[in-house]
Design a protein around this ligand. Structure first.
Ligand SMILES: C[S@@+](CC[C@H](N)C(=O)[O-])C[C@H]1O[C@@H](n2cnc3c(N)ncnc32)[C@H](O)[C@@H]1O
Length: 196
């Protein structure tokens, strides 16, 4: 999408306006609210690891719904919140040293997304490649029975991603929040009960 069209869409968007009004850093915040309304995991979680956390809408929602939650967040861009429960690393997730993690996490969130080219299958392959890498890293960061919630973009690699997740988790479901644009290929996967 051209940047002028993107700006025009943002100006009119209901959730962009709502986020501004309610003080959320991203319209994506509403997606996590909806996912949590359905799957109810934030109140039960103690420690989150978040891939692609900036500007920080998801972190805000997690802290709002569970003020005791501890978040380790990663992004190449700056996180726009500063909170004692959030440890932020401004780093590419592929370069982060996961060996320095002392205690594993019960909830892994990923809203990570590459810069888009506008070419749907190229973009799909890019995000899928990131997700294959993240799934490979899970063993190092998630506890047994942990939950992994990730955005995916529908396309040719979707089946492979789900197939791998089904081997690693006992329950895998899909969810498309109402706040996710209807014309967007994004969908969220909720994988529960990590098998060690
Ligand atoms: C859709 S945004 C996340 C929005 C966030 N959930 C929120 O509510 O504020 C996707 C993020 O993925 C990040 N990202 C893309 N490639 C990355 C990489 N290699 N390592 C870490 N973060 C990355 C982008 O910088 C961007 O901030």
């Amino acid at each position: 999408m051209k940047s002028k069209d993107w700006l025009n869409r943002q100006k009119k968007d209901y959730f962009v306006k709502k986020a501004k009004k309610q003080g959320y850093l991203s319209r994506a915040a509403y997606k996590l609210i909806e996912i949590d309304n359905k799957f109810n995991f934030l109140k039960k979680s103690e420690r989150i690891f978040e891939f692609g956390a900036s500007p920080g809408g998801w972190s805000q929602v997690a802290l709002e719904l569970n003020p005791n939650i501890k978040i380790t967040a990663l992004d190449v861009l700056e996180l726009k919140i500063n909170h004692p429960n959030v440890k932020f690393y401004k780093e590419d997730f592929l370069k982060f040293n996961y060996d320095k993690i002392e205690k594993k996490f019960d909830l892994i969130l990923s809203d990570i997304a590459p810069n888009t080219t506008g070419h749907q299958s190229t973009d799909h392959l890019r995000i899928s490649s990131m997700l294959f890498d993240i799934i490979d890293l899970l063993d190092k960061i998630i506890i047994k029975k942990g939950v992994f919630i990730t955005k995916i973009w529908k396309g040719s690699e979707e089946k492979n991603l789900i197939k791998i997740l089904k081997k690693k988790f006992k329950e895998v479901s899909y969810f498309k929040p109402k706040s996710s644009r209807k014309d967007s290929v994004e969908i969220f996967v909720i994988a529960k009960n990590f098998i060690e």
